[in-house]
Design a protein around this ligand. Structure first.
Ligand SMILES: C[S@@+](CC[C@H](N)C(=O)[O-])C[C@H]1O[C@@H](n2cnc3c(N)ncnc32)[C@H](O)[C@@H]1O
Length: 230
């Protein structure tokens, strides 16, 4: 059994590394989310070229973006995620720049991307850790860049379960999934606060496949004059 992490740091990749070793684990995360696919028209309108899939898992969205004609980078802290993303990109016949690295210190220079996707990614950790992940997105995005996130909603059925390791962040010591690692849950006001100074362009709070699994789905835009460390 995994030892629960109650110090608020971002350790969920240890769980995901084991998931990505199994065919069943990968199969659950192999289909492109239509909400992501629907963003491509906007990205084309905005003349987006360089995209990052942050915490890419086994590469479903990275491969999709590369196939759609974007220049694509992808990063994950799990070695197995990156190995499997490499396999997926080779099978699809596309180039994706794949790197192993943490969300807290992205292995890219400032102002490098036009768009970042972080799907079920940056809410791993306590509020400070999550704010650090957002700062990294702001740092690597160009001024005026777009980013698309899912965040755990306070309407999610797991909000409030287990030990509160910081405001809005919970660890479930008995869990057999990644909830033994800290997860941060937010309402609309917190969602906006944590992403300042980016502007929220769209958001909806919707269940994923499991009943009660509410996640925010949001699109943010950096101000033209900001960028940098945000
Ligand atoms: C729920 S999976 C989502 C994968 C992918 N975004 C997708 O939608 O298919 C979460 C991913 O976040 C990665 N992850 C967790 N903590 C991380 C960290 N601190 N730095 C980078 N990646 C991390 C995990 O390894 C895992 O691949």
């Amino acid at each position: 059994m995994t030892t629960p992490n109650t110090d608020g740091s971002t350790t969920a990749h240890r769980h995901w590394d084991e998931v990505w070793k199994t065919g069943d684990g990968r199969a659950d995360w192999s289909t492109v989310d239509p909400w992501v696919a629907d963003t491509v028209a906007l990205l084309r309108d905005r003349k987006v070229r360089d995209v990052l899939d942050l915490a890419c898992g086994v590469g479903r969205h990275a491969v999709f973006f590369a196939r759609s004609g974007f220049t694509c980078w992808a990063v994950d802290a799990s070695d197995t995620a990156i190995e499997q993303s490499r396999v997926a990109a080779a099978e699809a016949g596309v180039d994706v720049d794949l790197r192993i690295g943490p969300m807290s210190h992205l292995p890219y220079p400032d102002d490098h991307f036009d768009y970042v996707l972080a799907y079920n990614a940056i809410y791993h950790g306590d509020r400070d850790a999550v704010r650090g992940h957002v700062r990294e997105i702001h740092r690597v995005l160009r001024p005026g860049g777009l980013y698309q996130l899912t965040m755990l909603s306070r309407r999610n059925h797991n909000h409030g379960k287990g030990i509160e390791v910081g405001p809005g962040a919970f660890v479930q010591p008995e869990a057999t999934d990644d909830k033994v690692h800290p997860h941060f849950y937010c309402d609309a006001a917190e969602l906006i606060a944590i992403n300042e100074p980016a502007a929220l362009l769209r958001a909806h709070d919707e269940e994923h496949s499991a009943p009660g699994s509410f996640h925010w789905h949001c699109l943010f835009e950096l101000p033209e004059e900001a960028g940098g460390t945000g």
